[in-house]
Write a protein that binds this ligand. Structure first.
Ligand code: ATP
Length: 363
């Protein structure tokens, strides 16, 4: 751990299902109070890691510590966490209040101290007024709030969330993300959340662990993942990127088709891929000025398509003399609209050398 001591520490955890390795010596450390997202494509091992921490799977190798206590071999109920799943998993025959009380006391008649705690929890998630309802009388978002209140009621040290919002519709999901994040900050509870939704992870997490094939590819702040991907997997997975296949001509000059593309980063491999984010590509009208042709990395491209995204447009261009390479450009709507009139029209397109990056290929 860089500066602070780890609150949850996962050390070289390996989990196999038969001959298949779902987790391959995964190590991860969470600081007290932070919200970390496990993000990755379907089947990369996110839920398996969460379940190993929860004690719902037993790892084949490796150790897990929570607040300096080794929990990796303890039964689930002794590990001190609250958990929330995609499905709300509420008891349909118990009221909201009784559901929340379930983890505190399994009797239907609530002792005053339990009752007080349940009330506090329901107020915390904004459902104090619905205490006597049954789950079937609630919306999906409300049911998930009840499940959250139930998970938090015993004051666990750790909150584990497994795709908690994926069953909800977009608008409710958006609100619940904000509420969950605010609540997590207010309580200062260390939280690990599984999601395959990049936007959700970017919006909520202090740090994101990007996983692929049972390994953590990069663990960093959202801004750093976007700006400095550790390898080509992360560069492809996080955000949109343009990708140009090149052959090296010189340390700082790449050949893309017939074009010579100058880079600020040294090209260490004889060939590979250059990445550039759509918002970093610049455009200029052909004919208005001859200047671009004389400068580095200005190329002629044809406008081929555009997609309206509300505040922005994604515009697609095809580079001339570059093996059909397509370049995506992101522009604010007002700037992009004139381009939409001219299908097939030629433009100058600038790939700034400092915006071009090469990344380590994943083994
Ligand atoms: N009980 C099991 N028996 C056999 N294989 C399993 C078992 N549980 C998970 N796997 C396999 O392990 C891999 C990782 O599964 P896991 O559920 O952790 O993926 P995930 O990243 O959470 O994906 P998703 O987003 O689709 O839930 C998958 O290939 C899955 O098929």
């Amino acid at each position: 751990m860089d500066d602070e001591e780890a609150f949850l520490s996962i050390e070289h955890v390996t989990k196999k299902f038969g001959a298949f390795t779902a987790l391959d010596a995964v190590s991860l450390e969470l600081r007290a109070g932070e919200l970390v997202c496990l993000l990755g494509p379907s089947g990369c091992g996110k839920s398996t890691l969460l379940r190993c921490i929860a004690g719902l799977h037993r790892q084949d190798e490796g150790r897990i510590f929570l607040a300096n206590r080794e929990i990796g071999q303890l039964p689930a109920q002794q590990r001190d966490y609250g958990m929330l799943f995609q499905s709300y998993a509420l008891f349909p025959n118990l009221t909201v209040e009784q559901n929340v009380a379930y983890g505190l006391s399994q009797r239907r008649r609530l002792a005053p101290v339990v009752h007080k705690r349940v009330r506090e929890m329901l107020d915390l998630v904004g459902l104090g007024h619905l205490a006597q309802r049954y789950p079937s009388q609630l919306s999906g978002g409300q049911q998930q709030r009840v499940a959250l209140a139930r998970a938090l009621a015993p004051s666990p040290s750790l909150l584990l969330l497994d795709e908690p919002m994926s069953a909800l519709d977009a608008r409710i999901r958006e609100q619940l993300r904000i509420d969950l994040r605010n609540l997590q900050r207010k309580l200062g509870i260390t939280t690990l959340m599984v999601t395959h939704d990049q936007e959700e992870a970017m919006m909520m997490a202090d740090r994101i662990a990007v996983m692929d094939q049972g390994k953590i590819q990069q663990f960093a702040r959202p801004q750093d993942l976007y700006r400095q991907p550790a390898n080509t997997f992360v560069a492809d997975f996080i955000g949109d990127s343009n990708c140009l296949f090149y052959e090296r001509l010189d340390t700082y000059v790449a050949q893309v088709g017939e074009l010579q593309v100058h880079t600020a980063m040294p090209l260490l491999q004889p060939n590979g891929r250059l990445y550039v984010r759509p918002e970093q590509v610049q455009l200029a009208p052909v004919g208005e000025s001859r200047r671009p042709a004389l400068q580095k990395n200005w190329f002629v491209a044809h406008f081929i398509d555009g997609i309206f995204l509300g505040r922005y447009y994604k515009l697609f261009f095809q580079l001339e003399r570059a093996d059909q390479t397509q370049i995506e450009v992101l522009l604010p709507a007002a700037q992009a609209e004139p381009y939409m009139q001219g299908l097939g029209k030629k433009y100058w397109l600038h790939l700034p050398s400092e915006a071009l990056a090469v990344y380590k290929e994943v083994a």
